[in-house]
Design a protein around this ligand. Structure first.
Ligand SMILES: *Cc1c(COP(=O)(O)O)cnc(C)c1O
Length: 433
């Protein structure tokens, strides 16, 4: 498989180069030349396949030629070695729980896959790789855990000071070893801008072998298809495919779902569930794309004012707004609505979503109100305990801490404060590596 840059000013690359580079030299996102379409029988008989086999079949065409099949099977197996259950919330709505991985959020899937691919490629080179990543919350923890103690790989994480939850902050600042956290006194967009600038700084990239682990990296984007198909495997009513609501920020997750759908996965409709950062829902309604500054909300992993993966969605639909609208509807949910639906779902159905899942739930419910024969699922992108500071006052109860993170919460934060300024980042990197 070859990948081209969406800015069309850089040469084509294979999966290995796309993974290592992260972003094309012309600052474009990499995009596959062809989208494989699987046989109808694969989706019709999905229950007959193991989870590993499903994941392998989905990813193999994208990777072929750069990682041998047996090594890829191994990577895939390690990527999804935790459960991804589809849990009924009520008669019409299911929750696809993506939080059973090591950092209790869906980004574990992409981060685990990418870190293992990069580990495979690093073995072939002798240079130290520096993974540079901006996070609005969960990416950092997932990437930190994915790469922790991987030989030859150093990880530098930028996160907006005071704008991630305390659990998230612990997950990205307490590991130590090859994992370094930079606490930026600005927004997530500042962090992302600084990282983007580093990748196009030739002076820096000549000295340091830099790679990204953001959701723009194809090795993080593509494996996110896995759980959409694993959800289909668990979907009982195969004659009535689900409406899928995806809490969205940078739009990598939903873009992977749309990709799986184009490859043949039956889905009735997709919902882009957003908080007050409503660039995409506004675009779908008006046809005008107007990036904004990110607004802080209680679903902070979705506080993105200019979602980087959205160009991939446009490309998937050949920039035809009408075609996109047939498949995708957007909703913007306020913090007040998020709090009240969270409480309502907990009290009525005894199911506790996190704030991002609550946005997904309410957006889905709105859509289903107008499409009464349909049923759907929302992607529960994080465990509610990661946002206990938001959830507990809303439900008036404490959220039990899963054993998996109890130990981590006791560790001391290790981070360096840095101004939202590219030169500060550059100096830090040059000093360290
Ligand atoms: C990252 C994240 C999102 C947004 O996912 P995108 O792929 O950036 O759209 C939603 N919920 C949680 C909990 C996240 O960590």
């Amino acid at each position: 498989m070859k990948y081209y840059s969406l800015n069309k000013q850089s040469p084509d690359v294979d999966f290995k180069e796309a993974t290592i580079k992260g972003q094309a030299p012309d600052k474009g996102l990499y995009f596959p030349h062809t989208i494989p379409v699987h046989e109808q029988a694969f989706f019709d008989n999905i229950e007959q396949y193991s989870n590993e086999e499903i994941a392998f079949r989905l990813i193999q065409p994208y990777v072929a030629g750069t990682i041998p099949d047996d090594a890829l099977r191994n990577i895939v197996k390690e990527t999804i070695n935790f459960s991804i259950p589809l849990v009924p919330v009520n008669e019409h709505i299911f929750s696809l729980e993506l939080f059973h991985g090591p950092t209790l959020a869906f980004k574990d899937v992409g981060a685990r896959f990418m870190s293992r691919c990069l580990g495979y490629f690093a073995k072939e080179r002798r240079e130290k790789v520096v993974v540079l990543v901006a996070t609005s919350g969960d990416t950092g923890g997932a990437v930190a855990h994915g790469f922790y103690d991987v030989p030859g790989v150093e990880v530098v994480i930028l996160y907006p000071s005071g704008k991630v939850s305390s659990v998230q902050e612990k997950q990205l600042t307490t590991l130590g070893k090859n994992i370094h956290a930079l606490e930026v006194t600005g927004t997530f967009d500042d962090c992302q801008q600084m990282v983007k600038q580093a990748f196009v700084d030739e002076e820096l990239t000549k000295k340091i072998f830099l790679t990204s682990a953001n959701s723009i990296n194809v090795a993080r984007w593509l494996p996110q298809q896995f759980y959409y198909v694993l959800a289909w495997k668990q979907w009982a009513d195969k004659k009535n495919p689900p409406v899928i609501s995806v809490p969205s920020g940078n739009f990598g997750n939903i873009c992977a779902g749309l990709l799986a759908h184009i490859s043949g996965l039956p889905v009735k409709h997709f919902i882009a569930a957003c908080n007050a950062n409503a660039v995409v829902p506004s675009f779908l309604a008006s046809g005008e794309y107007q990036p904004k500054k990110a607004i802080a909300t209680i679903s902070n992993a979705m506080d993105v004012g200019n979602p980087s993966n959205f160009v991939r969605i446009l490309e998937l639909f050949h920039h035809k707004l009408g075609d996109l609208r047939n498949v995708l509807t957007g909703y913007s949910i306020s913090d007040d609505e998020t709090r009240s639906v969270l409480k309502e779902v907990y009290q009525q159905y005894n199911y506790l979503p996190d704030p991002h899942g609550a946005v997904g739930y309410l957006a889905l419910e709105r859509y289903l109100r107008q499409h009464t024969n349909a049923k759907g699922m929302f992607l529960e992108t994080a465990h509610p305990v990661k946002f206990y500071d938001v959830v507990e006052p809303v439900i008036g109860e404490t959220v039990p801490v899963p054993d998996a993170i109890k130990e981590q919460l006791k560790l001391a934060k290790q981070s360096s404060l840095i101004a939202p300024d590219y030169d500060a980042l550059k100096a830090t990197l040059l000093d360290r590596y």
